[in-house]
Design a binder for this molecule. Structure first.
Ligand code: ATP
Ligand code: MG
Length: 379
């Protein structure tokens, strides 16, 4: 997929901008705090109905406004797919696909699939399990409405069950009432996560090898308390597990078993990256996961996603920068980059099919030629 035009109205630091992207590679270059990441965020919000850096939609509204509006057009064989999103304080948000308002609870996922990389993603390999679960759930939900449905049902049942466990006045039956929901939706979630992680493991290992040019072996495993439930009757085994811990759960006030405890294990040459990873290794691992995702999205949805890379070249050595660009160029996908300059080692890779925008003073201007040096150092 590609996005051929983007309109922003009162989004973040922009007043009104309409940008055309006729090329496959688009660079937003400029100094700090000019709005480069905001432009990538606009594309992500439009296509994924989420920001990759805030969960508060009101943060996206320009300080001098009470609404924002985004529109993106994707052209294919002379047919246009049009996505729009608007938000007004006090009124909420509205998504439209080809002029038709999406119902409440519906999202434009999958129409123009998008994968983003930003600094925040480094937390994936660094911090707590909940972030990795969120990442898996988000990507699987973008790919499958059924997964999203089961996830919502599971989370609702878990919340109710935990509330009953905490409530001294509720009896065992009020807690156990929710077990069936946990089992049905929980097993579906685990199955899909396992399939996803198995593929992610294979593809990201390959991507890591290509990206780093090293013999280091990346392994991504699925840590699941219920991993041993592969037997004939996983439902009964799950139920029995819940029964066996009931008294402990009652004391603690929360549910001890289930996919809400799952995690990803990320290992390089048998060493857990959280304990032993260098910053270059963390970045390479996360990028390899994102590169693997591109192929997963293509396999599942039939189309290649857009790729948004925020400040991707910082902290990577020249060899890895060049490898990354070579991998990306082989994939024939549309890529949006942001950064303060185009690294000199890349100028020969972006001589055609590339558009450069200079982002400055809350405006975006088309550039005739790339800034191969830092814009603040250019004479
Ligand atoms: P860097 O190179 O430091 O990453 P950047 O060009 O990516 O910078 P962004 O994060 O895209 O910068 O934009 C930051 C700018 O946007 C800041 O000046 C910030 O004050 C402004 N900004 C953020 N949100 C809003 C908003 N809701 N309304 C107006 N301006 C905003
Ligand atoms: Mg930025």
């Amino acid at each position: 997929m590609s996005i051929n035009s983007l309109t922003l109205n009162k989004f973040r630091n922009f007043d009104k901008e309409t940008l055309s992207f006729e090329s496959r590679y688009v660079f937003f270059l400029g100094q700090n705090a000019q709005g480069k990441t905001n432009l990538l965020e606009a594309i992500y919000y439009l296509t994924c109905a989420k920001s990759f850096r805030t969960s508060r939609i009101s943060n996206l509204v320009n300080f001098n406004s009470d609404y924002f509006y985004l529109k993106g057009i994707s052209l294919k064989n002379n047919l246009a797919d049009v996505l729009e999103v608007s938000f007004k304080n006090g009124e909420g948000r509205k998504h439209k696909y080809n002029g038709v308002l999406l119902k409440k609870g519906e999202y434009p996922w999958g129409i123009i699939p998008t994968i983003s990389y930003s600094r925040k993603d480094l937390k994936l390999s660094e911090e707590e399990a909940s972030l990795r679960r969120k990442f898996i759930d988000q990507e699987l939900s973008f790919l499958s409405k059924t997964y999203f449905y089961h996830l919502k049902r599971y989370n609702r049942a878990l919340k109710q069950r935990n509330a009953a466990l905490k409530n001294k006045h509720s009896g065992e039956s009020e807690v156990r009432l929710w077990d069936e929901e946990l089992v049905v939706h929980g097993l579906y979630i685990i199955k899909k996560r396992r399939e996803f992680i198995d593929t992610l493991n294979i593809l990201s290992r390959l991507a890591y090898r290509r990206l780093t040019g090293s013999s280091e072996e990346l392994k991504i495993g699925f840590r699941c308390q219920l991993n041993d439930l592969k037997e004939k009757d996983p439902e009964s085994a799950y139920r029995a597990r819940l029964t066996s811990v009931y008294q402990r759960e009652r004391k603690l006030g929360y549910t001890l078993f289930g996919p809400h405890k799952d995690d990803l294990e990320i290992v390089i040459n048998d060493n857990d990256i959280r304990q032993f990873g260098s910053s270059g290794q963390h970045k390479s691992v996360v990028l390899s996961i994102k590169l693997a995702l591109i192929e997963i999205v293509k396999k599942e949805s039939g189309v290649y996603p857009l790729l948004l890379l925020d400040e991707v070249f910082s902290e990577l050595d020249e060899k890895r920068i060049v490898s990354l660009v070579q991998i990306i160029k082989r994939k024939k996908i549309q890529v949006f980059f942001s950064g303060d300059h185009l690294p000199a080692c890349l100028s020969k890779f972006f001589t055609d099919n590339t558009t450069f925008f200079l982002v400055s003073d809350n405006q975006v201007k088309l550039q005739e030629r790339p800034l191969a040096v830092r814009p603040d150092l250019a004479s």
